[in-house]
Design a protein around this ligand. Structure first.
Ligand SMILES: O=c1[nH]cnc2c1ncn2[C@H]1C[C@H](O)[C@@H](CO)O1
Ligand SMILES: [Zn+2]
Length: 341
């Protein structure tokens, strides 16, 4: 581990709330709310919440969210989990973060989508008070949910625009639910003035990236690993200045790529594709942003200049209020100066 990497100012645009729950917190919430878990110890619980090394697909990866979701059905749980995630990020010097979640995965005990968003927002605001971090929310539409339900999620997101929500996303099983199924959902988002990011090119081909940009109004792409399949789509991203939210560890676990060696992040950076660095799911993927940065340093020869480049690109691509960006950039520059880079 390089000490200077730990101290780098960091920014994260792609992080799922339900993939980042502390196992200890799941244990405490299950106890408090009388939820039966099939784990006998914290170690066993932790291993249930992490993807196993044998994982062969995104579908298998997605099964790891069921356990934490059981404990994310009340305002108390959501507020606490959101606050803890922002605190964990602040601890590793993350200065700005977008946390994403699907409101309709948290309505099993009767909460409405708006109540879910308000609870997460309260937790994030509490963390902002105590730590040097700005956090915003992205509302996720799930691929396997109906168009009607996803439209409801988008309308709920619209109610919270300029109250913490800064964008909407499409996530879940890409191989079985192509992006065009939800074209009308993101048409609505666009009409309501909500910025869009779409998971694409992870368990599906480069064509899904094109669809996300041309038909679903995506301003950013979640992962986009398989962009290398189509040079025309790569050109489209360069022309429209659409960056990728890359999550290297997660991409190897879901088999979006076979191995770290084959991950295209360095290639994309060299070829002028906008690249940002993210965790996806801290608990499920057993990672954090510091680990991802160290991975990039050791396996992909990322130097200080590369880390600065991806941070600047992420600040540009962030959905945060534009007036906050100059001060965010200044903060990064001050920290880089302190590090002598
Ligand atoms: O990397 C991912 N690709 C597609 N869907 C994902 C990924 N990580 C998490 N999800 C899903 C599972 C979660 O339950 C949901 C909401 O965060 O989003
Ligand atoms: Zn994701």
């Amino acid at each position: 581990m390089n000490e200077w990497i730990n101290r780098l100012p960091k920014i994260e645009l792609h992080c799922h709330l339900d993939g980042c729950v502390r196992p200890q917190t799941v244990a405490e919430i299950s106890e408090r709310e009388g939820i039966e878990l099939s784990a006998d110890s914290l170690d066993e619980l932790t291993s249930w919440m992490r993807v196993p090394p044998s994982c062969t697909s995104l579908v298998e990866y997605l099964k790891r969210f069921e356990l934490p979701l059981q404990c994310m059905q009340t305002p108390y749980a959501l507020e606490r989990i959101a606050r803890e995630l922002a605190e964990d990020a602040a601890y590793e010097n993350v200065k700005y973060m977008e946390v994403r979640f699907a409101p309709h995965l948290h309505t099993r005990q009767g909460m409405t989508a708006a109540e879910v968003i308000a609870s997460v927002g309260a937790g994030l605001a509490a963390a902002e008070k105590n730590a040097d971090i700005i956090v915003r929310m992205i509302v996720i539409c799930m691929r396997h949910h109906s168009v009607e339900l996803n439209m409801e999620a988008v309308r709920a997101a619209a109610q919270f625009l300029s109250k913490g929500v800064v964008g909407v996303d499409l996530a879940g099983d890409e191989a079985n639910y192509p992006p065009e199924l939800h074209e009308s959902v993101f048409q609505l988002a666009d009409e309501l003035g909500i910025p869009v990011t779409i998971h694409a090119g992870e368990a599906g081909g480069a064509n899904n990236i094109r669809t996300a940009v041309e038909r679903l109004h995506a301003r950013r792409i979640g992962h986009g690993v398989r962009l290398y399949e189509d040079a025309e789509v790569a050109q489209l991203l360069r022309e429209r200045n659409v960056p990728l939210e890359m999550c290297v560890t997660s991409n190897v676990q879901t088999k979006a790529v076979d191995s770290f060696e084959k991950h295209p992040i360095r290639l994309y950076l060299n070829r002028g594709i906008g690249v940002t660095v993210n965790t996806d799911n801290r608990t499920v993927s057993d990672t954090d942003l510091t680990k991802e940065y160290n991975l990039l340093s050791h396996r992909f020869q990322f130097k200080a200049a590369d880390f600065k480049k991806v941070a600047v690109r992420a600040i540009e691509a962030a959905f945060v209020e534009p007036e906050l960006k100059p001060q965010l950039l200044r903060k990064f520059q001050e920290e880089w100066e302190k590090l002598g880079i």
